[in-house]
Write a protein of this length. Structure first.
Length: 154
């Protein structure tokens, strides 16, 4: 009998959470849901962010929890003399000067300040000094991609 009661309580809790999520979507307080199959965005909800990201004068990258580059803007591609397609799927550390890799690992792990000066490598392995700033994003149950901003020192 206790098992049945606890199952009913759990179902009530889950129903309340689902109702809260539905109300947030209806009232415009949320534009995406995180579920077992990943992030589900409402149609068009990501467009304003994409436009802003592309228009930024700083280089911007989106990383997964392992530091793999998911996306970037034209500014960072130009800064590294690459295309976004060439960067996408590679590890950020592949483009960091050897002398700065430990510091970038610490940044990605959240064990240092949110901004550090490092050198990124261009396609031809030339070093490009940048101020690397990281903003970690967390869903309620697992890490989601972080955002990386790379203003140039030029």
């Amino acid at each position: 009998m206790d098992t049945a009661w606890s199952e009913v309580e759990e179902l009530r809790t889950r129903l309340a959470e689902a109702q809260d999520a539905l109300n947030a979507l209806r009232e415009g307080e949320a534009d995406a849901l995180v579920g077992s199959k990943g992030v589900i965005s409402l149609a068009g909800a990501e467009k304003p962010y994409q436009v802003f990201f592309e228009a930024m004068k700083e280089g911007g990258l989106t990383l997964d929890a392992l530091g793999r580059i998911l996306n970037g803007n034209a500014c960072v591609a130009s800064m590294l003399d690459m295309t976004i397609d060439q960067l996408r799927g590679s590890l950020l550390l592949d483009w960091v000067a050897t002398k700065d890799r430990f510091r970038v690992v610490a940044l990605l792990a959240g064990k240092t300040a949110s901004s550090i000066e490092v050198c990124l490598l261009t396609r031809n392995k030339a070093q490009r000094p940048v101020l690397l700033s990281l903003k970690l994003s967390w869903a309620s149950w697992k890490p989601s991609p972080g955002s990386l901003c790379c203003p140039s020192h030029s």
